[in-house]
Write a protein that binds this ligand. Sequence first.
Ligand SMILES: [Zn+2]
Length: 171
Amino acid sequence: MAILPVRIYGDAVLRETARPLASIDGTISTLAANMFATLKRYQGLGLAAPQVGLAVRLFIMDASEVAGVGEPTVFINPEIIGTNGEAIYQEGCLSFPGVYFDVRRPRQIGVRYLDLDGREHTIEDNGVLGRIILHEYDHLEGRLFVDTLTEQDRRNVEAAMREKGIIPPAP
Ligand SMILES: [Zn+2]
């Protein structure tokens, strides 16, 4: 397994709409394994394929160690099949190192997806797993959690990232 370089805010691939996977083969299993190794290395809860430079509809989630819930899961061609309610949780993102803020999203979600064997599954959740799934799903649509901020707050996040040298200085 390999640790993959994680794309940082500003990288164009993070704004692409990811394409569905037409087939699930060994290269996809290897990608998922490498993404789990990368997630563990950075102690994240979820990681989407565009974050490692591939605009395909796949993300992984593992909150079992950090949050003590769920199990390592690969989501291929996921579809959000329902949402309900509203909740505010603090989120982070491996493409925004050191950045955390509150995000309002639906409280309850349902998702349908394929696993690495091509089998279909459905998960419903109203806690941290649902929150991770919504955050990662957004990556497949080219949406990022800073998009939920006001223009001013987003500029503040960018300024803080520049100050720490995480993203290049403004032109
Ligand atoms: Zn993210």
